[in-house]
Write a protein that binds this ligand. Structure first.
Ligand code: ADP
Ligand code: MG
Length: 388
């Protein structure tokens, strides 16, 4: 999906009201009746609302549904992007939009700048934009979802990710600083780094390996398992002066509690991902076995359990449940090895789920190699910024 902010400036106050009305109407209607849009926008009767709808539809921010029983529109991901950018701009979190630096299967990553010119990262969650291998039951779960519910799930993913980043940052974990969150998007600190995936040599693999295992254990000590702890979600940041490199952990929507019924399996998978990567890439294998889940969760200070804290705050139990159902149906692992998942019977059929995406979304998946290249510092420097 393209994120073209240029039209943002050409929308009139009325267009924004209409777009906001479509969003509000979407809470109860998959297809928001045109009369309701006019009513919510407070533009009853006039031709203004039709003009605005035409503008929004032309820009792909709202869309009709084929064979609908009544006249109405639904919000598209493009419309949701615009509403989010507008909110971020109004709250001074984001001033301009730069290059896209990542296309995950379930997210888009952009460099943005705040009003002082400081570069930040904007992550837009795009759940539902996935190709995956799974069983029939899960396919039905996905097929029956409307675009509105994809947007709901994307909002949950962003909300959850932001909530975890906040507590992790506060507790001194090496994660980007969370800056703002709205709808399916979040803004965070830009880590000037390379993903571990694109690093061919490290001066001291033993030391880095030790740090990563320590991080996995440290997370478990506060009740958490990352769930996608691998070379794609670890950014290696080098201090320009001391040359010391530090791993920074990103990507948290699949984070789970150490009390999850399959916690040990997920913990081991995180550990094994790193072991396998170090063995393949650096020819490094540790002499020490483990770390082991049972040891990691021994003597946990219950008052420091971040899984419990997050559940008690922004990210409610109902939200967690809705998102868990999705994770269990498809997994969030767009990057890790295709391991056997205890909750998913992996059958090779490569089913694509894209029917809920707008027609203009066809060019979104790109090759891994391209991603890596565009994630490099050079790509970030070669930036063109578009003021919102
Ligand atoms: P996904 O859910 O699609 O995997 P990630 O959060 O892992 O999304 O981000 C995808 C890629 O974007 C990362 O591998 C990394 O290269 C880049 N990226 C994400 N967040 C940041 C950040 N804060 N600073 C620098 N690069 C980032
Ligand atoms: Mg990732």
């Amino acid at each position: 999906m393209k994120l073209d902010s240029r039209q943002l400036r050409y929308l009139t106050a009325e267009d924004w009201r209409v777009l906001t009305a479509v969003e509000m109407g979407s809470k109860n209607h998959e297809l928001v009746p045109t009369v309701l849009i006019a009513q919510i926008a407070g533009l009853r009767g006039g031709s203004g609302v039709h003009k605005s709808i035409a503008t929004l539809a032309k820009s792909g921010l709202v869309a009709k549904i084929k064979n609908a029983k009544y006249d109405g529109y639904r919000l598209t991901y493009g419309g949701l992007d615009y509403l989010s950018l507008n909110t971020l701009r109004k709250s001074d979190a984001v001033f301009s939009l730069g290059n896209q630096i990542g296309v995950g299967k379930e997210s888009d990553i952009f460099v943005v700048a705040d009003p002082t010119g400081k570069q930040l990262v904007l992550k837009l969650h795009r759940l539902g934009r996935i190709s995956f291998r799974t069983v029939k039951a899960n396919r039905d779960y996905l097929r029956n979802r409307s675009s509105g519910s994809w947007m709901y799930l994307s909002r949950l993913a962003a909300t959850k990710e932001y909530a975890f980043m906040q507590v992790l940052k506060r507790e001194g974990f090496p994660v980007p600083e969370p800056i703002a969150q709205t709808r399916h998007t979040l803004v965070m600190e830009l880590i000037d780094s390379f993903p571990l995936r694109s690093i061919d040599n490290v001066s001291n693999p033993l030391k880095l390996y030790g740090e990563l295992m320590e991080l996995i254990v440290r997370l478990a000590k506060v009740g958490l398992i990352h769930g996608d702890f691998n070379e794609f979600n670890l950014l290696i940041k080098e201090d320009p002066v001391t040359k010391k490199s530090t791993p920074i952990l990103i990507d948290f929507p699949q984070m789970l509690s150490t009390t999850h019924e399959n916690a040990e399996w997920y913990f081991n998978r995180d550990v094994d991902c790193i072991k396998r990567f170090f063995s393949r890439r650096f020819g490094f294998t540790s002499d020490e076995p483990g770390p082991f889940f049972a040891d990691a969760i021994k003597d946990v200070d219950q008052s420091k359990r971040l899984d419990i804290e997050v559940e008690a705050t922004g990210f409610s139990r109902k939200m967690a449940k809705d998102l868990d159902r999705f994770v269990e149906a498809v997994g969030f692992r767009n990057e890790a090895e295709e391991d056997e998942d205890p909750t998913v019977d992996n059958e090779e059929d490569g089913h694509e789920v894209d029917q809920d995406y707008d027609e203009d979304d066809s060019e979104e998946e790109s090759e891994e190699e391209e991603d890596e290249e565009s994630n490099s510092r050079a790509a970030k420097e070669d930036q063109t910024e578009e003021e919102l």
